[in-house]
Design a protein around this ligand. Structure first.
Ligand code: UD1
Ligand code: CA
Length: 458
């Protein structure tokens, strides 16, 4: 919607977070708070967004890059001052201005869209999003007259005893007619307990100018949680986590215990997949249908096909194709592509390697910088010796090869297709197609050596 400008206020210090990082960059389910706000705006089709930055502005710009425009508020003289700086810095041509705080990560695109519609339908000059809280302390209160019309917003610190008893609070999100906001913001003064220019004072100003003002009360007060400290940050994470998990459940994913399952916002999971406890799915991870993931599994930015089982394992930035089983206790490191119906068993580490379909790597094996073909069997204790102390070298194992237990493949080295390597070999030379390689010293038998041990030692 190009007639609506979104302004996200994000210049405050966030002192109560006690952090070197900007408050609004603290993460909720893997994404900085301000990114959640931006996403919700984008989902509500508001692309034109200005972020007001001040404290730690370089960090904020580094993160958001050119996805938004910026206005710098040099001194943080209050939320009203922040909005005034936007009008001072830019020509605002949009008809409506939506103002949100960067520290309200739980706001949804539905609430944003519904608010805009409500605002336009009711022809208000400003619509405030409000909600009722059991404990409204800290928030600005919505003061209404005897007929229920909004009269003003009073900040907690400036409220009298009667006003403190009001439990309808200001969310910090508003939809304004741009021209009304422009004229009202000029008139905001700083005659309050904090000596700040409050954006909330525009409400009374607009009413005095004869304009209509509305407050839209939302029933799910969790949406407007403002994160000012790390207790509220944890709270926001909990609510967001539940929201994400519920979305997956409604899409056909089974959770054995969703309270111990941490799934970041962008993860996609197919139907009939089951997630066991203590599972963490992060980044751009995509999981197919009919998989069993967990318990105690961490998957970061990976692509997992259908009918895959990943048990007690870690998979990072890799691809696991259909029907493959990983774990228990496997570690798949970045850059790996594991084919279909593969078995990656216990205490197996795969790093930056391609593994062909139907290959079995069942136990105690290290495969790094390797290309392993289809239908291969790597026995227990195979090691791709990929590092010579200076650089990483490549190991190639051709299709249908069999590598016995406890074999070292000293790379660079290639086993061609259909080769067989005897257990205990240390392979330093390439093995040609269809051949057997044995690289170990022959066994010696010394008959009756034990019986005659005393004699032998003399
Ligand atoms: C504000 C509202 C309050 C509302 C609450 C909801 C005002 C005066 N009060 O209070 O009515 O109930 O949010 O959470 O608006 N910021 C700037 N520049 C500044 C000051 C603040 O950009 O000079 C930004 C902050 O970074 C933050 C947002 O504005 O993202 C809100 O500021 P904050 O200090 O958290 O306001 P509250 O006291 O929570
Ligand atoms: Ca706040």
């Amino acid at each position: 919607m190009n007639n609506i400008l979104g302004i996200i206020l994000a210049a405050g210090e966030g002192r109560r977070m006690k952090s070197d990082s900007a408050k609004i960059l603290h993460k909720v389910c893997g994404k900085p708070m301000i990114e959640h706000v931006r996403y919700s705006l984008r989902k509500a089709l508001i692309e034109d967004v200005i972020v007001v930055v001040g404290h730690k502005k370089e960090q904020v710009k580094d993160y958001l890059q050119d996805k938004v425009k910026y206005v710098v508020q040099k001194e943080q003289l209050g939320t009203g001052h922040a909005v005034r700086e936007v009008f001072n810095a830019c020509d605002i041509n949009s008809k409506y201005v939506l103002v949100l705080c960067g520290d309200m990560p739980l706001i949804t695109d539905e609430t944003i869209s519904e608010t805009i519609k409500y605002h336009i339908d009711n022809k208000f000059s400003v619509t405030i999003i409000s909600t009722c809280l059991d404990d409204p302390s800290g928030y600005g209160r919505i003061v209404r007259n005897s007929t229920g019309d909004v009269v003003k917003i009073v900040e907690h610190r400036d409220a009298n005893v009667n006003e403190l008893n009001i439990n309808e609070v200001n969310s910090g999100m508003y939809c304004f007619d741009a021209d009304c906001l422009k004229s009202a913001i000029e008139k905001v003064k700083s005659n309050n307990s904090q000596g700040e220019y409050y954006l909330t004072d525009t409400i009374e100003i607009l009413i005095n100018d004869g304009k209509r003002v509305g407050a839209r009360k939302i029933s799910d007060s969790r949406e407007i949680l403002g994160v000012n400290n790390r207790i509220q940050l944890e709270e926001a994470n909990k609510i967001m986590r539940r929201r994400i998990n519920e979305r997956h459940m409604l899409n056909g994913v089974t959770f054995i215990d969703s309270s111990t399952t941490y799934i970041e916002d962008e993860v996609i999971i197919g139907k009939d997949t089951t997630i066991y406890p203590n599972t963490i799915l992060e980044g751009s991870t995509r999981i197919g249908e009919g998989c069993v993931i967990g318990p105690s599994t961490k998957i970061i930015s990976s692509e997992v096909g259908d009918s895959v089982v990943i048990n007690n394992s870690q998979v990072l930035e890799s691809i696991i194709q259909n029907g493959t089983k990983v774990g228990p206790f496997a570690y798949v490191r970045p850059g790996s592509n594991i084919g279909m119906n593969v078995k990656i068993g216990d205490f197996v580490e795969i790093k930056k390697s391609q593994i062909g379909d139907n290959t079995k790597i069942s136990h105690l094996t290290y495969v790094g910088d390797a290309e392993v073909g289809r239908g291969v069997n790597l026995g227990c204790g195979v090691v791709a010796v990929n590092y010579d102390g200076k650089k990483k070298n490549k190991t190639i194992v051709g299709d249908n090869s069999f590598v016995g237990c406890n074999v070292n493949l000293i790379s660079p080295v290639e086993l061609e297709d259909n080769t067989f390597v005897a257990a205990g070999s240390t392979i330093t030379d390439d093995v040609p197609k269809n051949s057997l390689a044995i690289a170990r010293s022959r066994q010696i038998i010394k008959q009756d050596w034990v019986t005659n041990r005393e004699e032998n030692y003399k």
